[in-house]
Design a protein around this ligand. Structure first.
Ligand code: GDP
Ligand code: MG
Length: 578
């Protein structure tokens, strides 16, 4: 139950406060801590704010704020008294009020131990691998992006905690450009995970940290899983994890999704951060800071713009459910979805007007400066250079922040031989001309093996069913039953099973191509050709699968982001002869 739904006079015990960091901090300081009792002094349906009593004094909360607080009500405690074994064991001579209080405390404590953890990261950074290991699930792990399109939830128990782990689709950013990005963002804001695990591919760290900067803007509780740590070690690159952790203000745990190394340490850290945040404690047992909210510095001018818009947002009461800093940055980036969010809550439009002014001014000033610089250098400005807009300036600033941080703690091993192999192979299989013959050879081997080798077991199966049919025909009296068995069931089942060897061999090749990473390369080199047919490079994978069977082939189209290409591929697949 949430606090906002309580009626006047009702009492409840607090489970936890959701929402972004600074909001939570303020409420925790007021006393909204796990296990504390809260009573509604006045809650009229249309009245805002609502008045509460906590720790013996009265506070008013806006309805929006009270929505972020999870509580246990007396009603829920009474139900638990009947159903919960632990509570049934309470001594019988206990007074009714005391019994209820114990039930409230017990349920609050129990719910406090349910943690929701979301995995967020770039495609292919190993989220699903971590998810499978942690939750004991067997989700498909793929080597090309977009395998996970919707969220998968897994439940498991770790130490005293019931953990709900959510595997979200891979994204490079949290803008509103692709369905995945919107989906992940919506999940982070609405399903309110207690801790976000930012899975980072350690062998590709610069690109991965861009997303991290956006999570920092959102002011969520983040633990970084530095995955593919085995690759980092093999490469000989040097990364000072402690330093990076300090610079980003979040704990970092090295993990290896393939073997499961570091998973327990990751969950220990998640629990530590969760407990720290719930109690308002920001230090670990050894006195080191657990979590520090930092700001990604976008440079003086951008920061001034952000601050100005942020103040305006603050004054319009936008500080409850979203971090105003995140909202300000996203508005400056022309985020359509959040524009709408703001427009709905600020009907006179002054926030968006101010955003437009700031963006305009920024563009003009930067543009002006570029022109000035050119004139002072003695260039004649003939082509009007497009002045940089604030949106791309923010992206640049974020990358600059990432590079700055990495410059302090990361040394790349230039002599690394690790990628040398992959690079050499890549140079051939994705080569402009060589790529195609290689591709054709691969396809030839695949289909040759599927049909030529598959022909032998096919003959055997055919012979087996022929023999079975013959057996029935010879030994049964002529009639409808014989016909049903011999020509119907045996011949019918036989004609389907006879294709089984081909399908198995084809799938063996497909999964080999997927796991070796060749599929991703093939999709890359086929992209141009496929686009000529109005399809997508990724359409080729489901189409190849269509030779095996159309059903999984159509299922495989879900990896194609673009709706139109996805539909076209689905419609084309039944033309593949299977
Ligand atoms: P997702 O897209 O983030 O869900 O990534 P997946 O879990 O599907 O993994 C992508 C690929 O990376 C798979 O081939 C995994 O086997 C591989 N992988 C995942 N974690 C690790 C790791 O820690 N080390 C190495 N070497 N490979 C990994
Ligand atoms: Mg995945």
């Amino acid at each position: 139950m949430i606090l906002a739904d309580l009626k006047t006079g009702e009492k409840a015990v607090i489970v936890r406060v959701h929402g972004h960091g600074s909001f939570r901090k303020r409420l925790i300081e007021m006393g909204f801590i796990n296990g504390k009792e809260v009573r509604v002094v006045l809650n009229a349906p249309l009245k805002d704010p609502i008045e509460y009593e906590i720790l013996g004094y009265k506070v008013s909360l806006r309805r929006e704020e009270a929505r972020q607080i999870e509580v246990v009500t007396e009603q829920e405690a009474r139900e638990a008294l009947v159903s919960d074994e632990h509570l049934q064991a309470l001594p019988g001579d206990l007074e009714e009020a005391e019994r209820l209080n114990r039930a409230l405390a017990h349920v609050a404590e129990e719910r406090h131990h349910n943690i929701r953890v979301a995995l967020v990261g770039n495609p292919n950074c190993g989220k699903t691998s971590l998810f499978n290991i942690a939750s004991g699930a067997h989700e498909h792990v793929g080597n090309y992006s977009g395998v996970t399109v919707d969220a998968k939830e897994g439940h498991f128990r770790y130490k005293d905690y019931d953990i709900t782990l959510v595997d979200l689709p891979g994204t490079y950013s949290l803008s509103a450009y692709s369905p995945e990005e919107l989906y992940v963002r919506k999940n982070l804001l609405e399903a309110m995970p207690d801790v976000v695990v930012n899975v980072v591919d350690a062998s590709n760290i610069e690109r991965n940290l861009y997303l991290t900067t956006q999570l920092i803007d959102m002011n969520l509780r983040v633990v970084m899983a530095l995955n593919m740590y085995d690759e980092l070690q093999k490469s000989g690159d040097k990364l000072d994890i402690g330093q990076l952790s300090t610079l980003l203000g979040m704990p970092i745990v090295p993990t290896t999704g393939r073997s499961g190394d570091g998973i327990n340490r990751l969950f220990d850290k998640i629990i530590e951060v969760f407990e720290g945040a719930v109690s308002g404690e920001h230090r670990a047992a050894n006195g080191e800071p657990l979590y520090r909210h930092i700001h990604v510095n976008h440079g003086r001018e951008l920061e001034r713009c952000i601050k100005q818009l942020r103040t305006e947002l603050y004054e319009h009461g936008f500080s409850d459910s979203l971090s105003t800093r995140f909202l300000a940055i996203k508005l400056l980036e022309n985020d359509r979805q959040l524009e709408q969010y703001v427009a709905e809550r600020d009907p006179d439009g002054s926030v968006l007007r101010m955003r437009d002014q700031i963006a305009d001014k920024f563009k003009k000033e930067i543009g002006r400066r570029l022109v000035d610089k050119d004139i002072s250098k003695g260039h004649q400005v003939t082509v009007e250079e497009e002045p940089q807009d604030i949106e791309s300036a923010i992206t640049d600033a974020k990358y600059a922040f990432v590079r700055g941080a990495l410059a302090e703690c990361y040394v790349k091993n230039e002599k690394s031989t690790l990628h040398a192999h992959t690079d050499k192979i890549d140079a051939i299989v994705t080569h402009r001309w060589l790529g195609y013959p290689v591709f054709l050879i691969f396809m030839f081997i695949t289909f040759y093996c599927t049909f030529a080798l598959g022909a032998y077991p096919m003959d055997w199966i055919d012979a087996l069913f022929g023999w079975l049919g013959g057996l029935v025909t010879d030994n049964m009296a002529e009639g409808p039953l014989r016909s049903l068995l011999a020509d119907g069931i045996i011949a019918g089942v036989g004609s389907v099973i006879v294709f089984l060897p081909n399908i198995l061999i084809l799938y063996l090749f497909i999964s080999f191509m997927e796991d070796s990473g060749y599929m991703a390369r093939a999709a890359f080199i086929m992209d141009k050709l496929m686009h000529k047919m109005g399809l997508h490079g990724k359409s080729f994978i489901p189409m190849i699968m269509g030779f095996g069977c159309n059903v999984p082939a159509i299922m495989a189209t879900r990896t194609i982001e673009d709706r139109k290409s996805r539909l076209l591929t689905m419609l084309a697949i039944p033309m593949m002869s299977c």
